[in-house]
Design a protein around this ligand. Structure first.
Ligand code: SF4
Length: 268
């Protein structure tokens, strides 16, 4: 049996969908994240920069240790062990915002919500509601494709206990700001998976020009808040929708209702 290649995956070494190369600039601090995110002119460039970021020492140490030690059942697999970049349509009408990748899910497979139970539930719903091409998402290069939809994490590295600190959330925020800025023009709905994503989204929407309600609307499953950019009154509103995280007690019916609503509103 040939040895398993090293984990984490060095950028530009042939991993399917790896957006980076060895020449992609690496953010080593929160200031560098701000600068590199703001200067990324395209989604491809932004995803590449996100995928090699090293700005949060605790999270870098954790994601790489998990990738090296591995879970016993995945010992024969290679772990991505890097930040998870945004994934999906280049001009999305629906944006799905999650919390952070799972240690043995996205941190292993390199694709958001892929390789763990929550992701299985999520992708099955996206497929039933016409937002994903396949019912499963198992690994980069598996043929899965999102339909008019893009998925991002508010924090792009797997955190210990699935709990990023507030400074880590803030350090990662410019990646989301930049991504929102690049896709906002065609966006019609944003689905926030869980309270953390809901909380993280509002300042980001404000940063890219949307009028954000004050006080911030409370999170709830099925909560809907239309937002507009005052300088683009002619555009239809973007509907922000709250959804319980798929790791919580949520039924398929509840998930499907949210994604059907997002799809209908987006005209997909
Ligand atoms: S959490 Fe975000 S800012 Fe921190 S290292 Fe990961 S990608 Fe960079």
């Amino acid at each position: 049996m040939s040895p398993v290649p090293p984990s984490p995956v060095p950028p530009g070494t042939g991993w399917p969908d790896d957006p980076a190369t060895a020449a992609t600039p690496v953010a080593e601090s929160a200031d560098a994240v701000r600068a590199l995110a703001a200067a990324a002119g395209t989604l491809a460039e932004l995803a590449a920069r996100q995928s090699v970021c090293r700005a949060c020492p605790r999270l870098v140490e954790w994601r790489e240790r998990i990738a090296t030690e591995k879970r016993r059942s995945f010992r024969a697999e290679r772990y991505w062990g890097r930040p998870i970049p945004g994934w999906g349509a280049e001009r999305p009408r629906v944006l799905i915002v999650g919390l952070a990748p799972a240690a043995h899910g996205g941190n292993r497979t390199g694709r958001i919500f892929t390789g763990d139970r929550s992701g299985d539930v999520l992708y099955a719903s996206l497929w039933r509601t016409g937002l994903a091409a396949q019912a499963t998402s198992t690994a980069a290069g598996d043929g899965q494709r999102l339909v008019g939809t893009r998925m991002v994490a508010a924090v792009r590295c797997a955190p210990p206990q699935n709990k990023p600190s507030m400074p880590e959330r803030d350090a990662c925020a410019p990646w989301l700001t930049a991504e929102l800025g690049l896709v906002a023009g065609g966006l019609r709905a944003v689905v926030c998976l869980g309270h953390f994503a809901w909380q993280a989204l509002w300042p980001q929407l404000g940063a890219v020009g949307f009028a954000v309600p004050r006080p911030r609307p409370p999170f709830g499953h099925g909560a809907e808040v239309p937002v507009r950019r005052p300088d683009r009154e002619a555009e239809p509103p973007v509907l922000v929708i709250g959804c319980y995280h798929p790791s919580q007690q949520i039924t398929d019916v509840m998930l499907d209702e949210v994604f059907r609503r997002a799809r209908r509103h987006s005209g997909l």
